[in-house]
Design a protein around this ligand. Structure first.
Ligand code: C5P
Length: 227
């Protein structure tokens, strides 16, 4: 039997491809419910970034698995309410958000032993009064027994546009066409990998966020928990 923590503690899993709005929606829903929040992608990104700091080769699976076990990852809420991520004691929040970190995360996430190394760490977030967690395999692999499961989608074009706006606001120079290419490549890698591929759990409620304002999606997700 899979042990995913105390099964009496409610879990809401929100899976979906990059740019589907998972992060924003999950944080808002967790806040509304007063539950804990786990951004599982940040763990994969943190290992990718730590691998970069240590000059590890992204083809060296053994070294990356050791890195996944050894990297210390902590979340801390800053005074402004923003969630900061500390990797081996350094605030790596901004570095984690870059496309480079996303691509490194996606590459290392395809290594089965890396996923195993991060599995129990993710399950440890199942704490009272409940957990909202977003990622790719939260409802299928990490918390298959979650009480509530959602799968968010949006067209690739809209996802690229959202990302474009976010990066532009931060002053990062990128092109929309380049971002769309990267998103499609990452989707393909995440959906086609042998282990824990991106796919909706059979019992997940699917919500297409294309053209929908954030609050409308938050309401639909809350309705899944409250019904
Ligand atoms: O969600 P985010 O874009 O931060 O995730 C970065 C990468 O980490 C994804 O492209 C995916 O390859 C990997 N990931 C994963 N399983 C998760 C969360 C993220 O494989 N639960």
């Amino acid at each position: 039997m899979t042990t995913t923590g105390d099964s009496t503690i409610p879990v809401l899993t929100i899976d979906g491809p990059s740019g589907s709005g998972k992060g924003t929606i999950s944080r808002l829903v967790a806040e509304r419910l007063g539950w804990h929040y786990l951004d599982s992608g940040a763990l994969y990104r943190a290992v990718g970034v730590a691998a970069g700091w240590n000059d590890l080769d992204l083809d060296d699976a053994g070294a990356l698995v050791r890195c996944a076990f050894d990297t210390e990852i902590r979340f801390r809420e800053a005074a402004d309410g923003e969630l900061r991520v500390l990797v081996n004691g350094h605030d790596a929040t901004d570095e984690l958000r870059t496309e480079t970190a996303g691509a490194a995360a996606s590459a290392i996430a395809a290594i089965p032993e890396v996923r195993t190394a991060l599995r129990d760490r993710q399950r440890a977030f199942r704490q009272p009064p409940g957990l909202v967690t977003d990622g790719r395999d939260m409802g299928t692999v990490i918390f298959p027994d979650a009480q509530f499961k959602v799968f968010l989608t949006a067209s690739a074009e809209e996802r690229a546009e959202r990302r474009y706006k976010q990066l532009k606001e931060k002053g990062v120079s990128v092109t929309l066409a380049g971002l769309l290419r990267e998103i499609l490549a990452r989707d393909a890698r995440d959906a086609n990998r042998a282990v824990a591929p991106l796919r909706p759990a059979e019992d997940a409620v699917r919500i297409d966020t294309t053209g929908q304002p954030i609050d409308a999606v938050v309401q639909q997700v809350l309705a899944v928990v409250r019904r």
